[in-house]
Structure formats: structure tokens, C-alpha cells
Design a protein around this ligand. Sequence first.
Ligand code: ZN
Length: 293
Amino acid sequence: MKPDYERIKRELSIERVLREYGMSLDLKKSGSQLYGRCPIHNGDNPRAFNVSLEKNLWNCFTHCGGGSVIDLLMAIENVGVREAAQIGNDLLGICYEEGRPAGSVLKPLRFRLTLEPDHNYQKSRNISPETAQYFGIGYCNRGIMTGRIAIPIHDVDGNLVAYCGRAVDDTQPKYRFPRGFPKNRVVYNLNHVVKDQGKEVVVVEGFFDVFALYAAGLESVALMGSSMSHHQKKQLLSLEQRLAFMFDGDEAGRRGMRQAIDALHEKRPIKAIYLPENMQPDHYGQNYLREFL
Ligand SMILES: [Zn+2]
């Protein structure tokens, strides 16, 4: 079955999608128009983003383009048209399993990298050998992540689906993902957290925040960025634990956290921990982290 694009454009309102992503808070209404700062990119033009509620069309004239509700999902999720339509279907409650876009389902990797478990870079980030072992991270001498700290990424069932490589110096990109890796499909460390069933899960942006919280005896997962995708939201809502959000103390972190909380709070009680400017969870020692929570 192919997704019904026309039906999605007709029945799924842009207003609803913006609400689902916690992006409607700062928009103002004037007649049948919504307008405000663009909630998709980091702009500050107070009128850059416009929605025609009547026509169900949107436009960001400084950066993101515009179009139909499907174009909006493509821009928010950074995905292609077929995956956007699939998410649209999902939001409409239409079951759509067959004909999934190729490459959107994560396949377990058939190889393992051999990693050096105690590299100096890990010591410099206060990662103990025990933490490194728990997450399976290490320095890669040979293979796709040569010269980087390789971080294995698992799906919720514990299958290894990718490695991400963290540069150990100023090399760019800081984090290298496999080409086309669908970050929006994965919540990092969810495979551990579903098994542990503690009382609370801290939602953070990055891998190293998860490592720091683990060392402090706290359960956490990372969105691998400061925005929460549709699939990540569903996975977080499937957890029984209470959710506490702790993103980085910068503009993108505060914004992402506000949107995530707005998108979830009607369904779950959420705790928000705002860090001081320029601080990230992994900048804090174990005692501090425990105190925060
Ligand atoms: Zn924009």
C-alpha cells in the first residue's frame, strides 16, 4: 500500500503537526494565519514563519522553504518525502507497514570493530574503563572509524545497528555517523534502559552525557541532538519510567527541551532540569549530577 499523499495533505493539519512537535507555543494567530519565529531553524526574525490555516500551507521565508504538511514533516525530521508521508500516516492513525521506504528499517551490522578500550581521550573525558566496557566504546585503529572513538549504537532490542565515531582532536565532523544513518529512528541507550526499569530516565542530547550519568548511577538515553523526532517521541512514551529532560545549557538545548516537553507533557509528567549557560550534563561530576536529579 502506498501512502495516500492527498489524504494526508487534506486531513492532517499543519497546526496539529506543530503541536505534536511542541512547536506551536510561540506562534501568534491573526485571522486564519499563524506567524512567528521559525520553530524549525534557529532564526530570530519574528515574522519568518507563516501558516495559512485555510490552505494548510506553511512558509519560512528566511531559511526552510515551505509547502504542504508533508514538506513540513520533511523539514522538521530532515527526511525524504516517503518517510515524511509515513510519519503523516502514523499521526493520522493509519496503519502503514507495507511498502516502507528502503533503508528506513535498521538492519543489524554483520561485523564488529576491534577497539582499544582505554585511550587517552576517554581518560580526558573522565570515562572509566568500566563505563567504556559497559557501552562497548573504544579507540578504532582500523576500519570505518579509524582515528576516532567508536561508539556502538543498538536498537531497542540490543542489536548493533551502527557505529558513531567521535574525533579525538579538532577533526571535523566531531561525530561521524554512517552515511544515511537515520538518527531520527533511534534513541541511544534505550536497549539498556528498557531492561533496567528504574524509576526515572534522564533524556539528554549526547553520548557523553549518557556516559556521565551512568557513572553517577543514573539511567539515561540520548536523542543524538537537541530535537526529538516522531519516532523518538513514540519510543520515549513507551517507557514506564518518569522522564527528566536535561539538555545542554545553550540556545539550541533550551529550545529543544522546551519543544520536547511541550510535545510530551500532556501524556506524561515530565521533569525539566535547565543547566547554566554553556554547561552540559557531562561537565558535571557524579555528585552534582545526582544532586540535580
Ligand atoms: Zn525556518
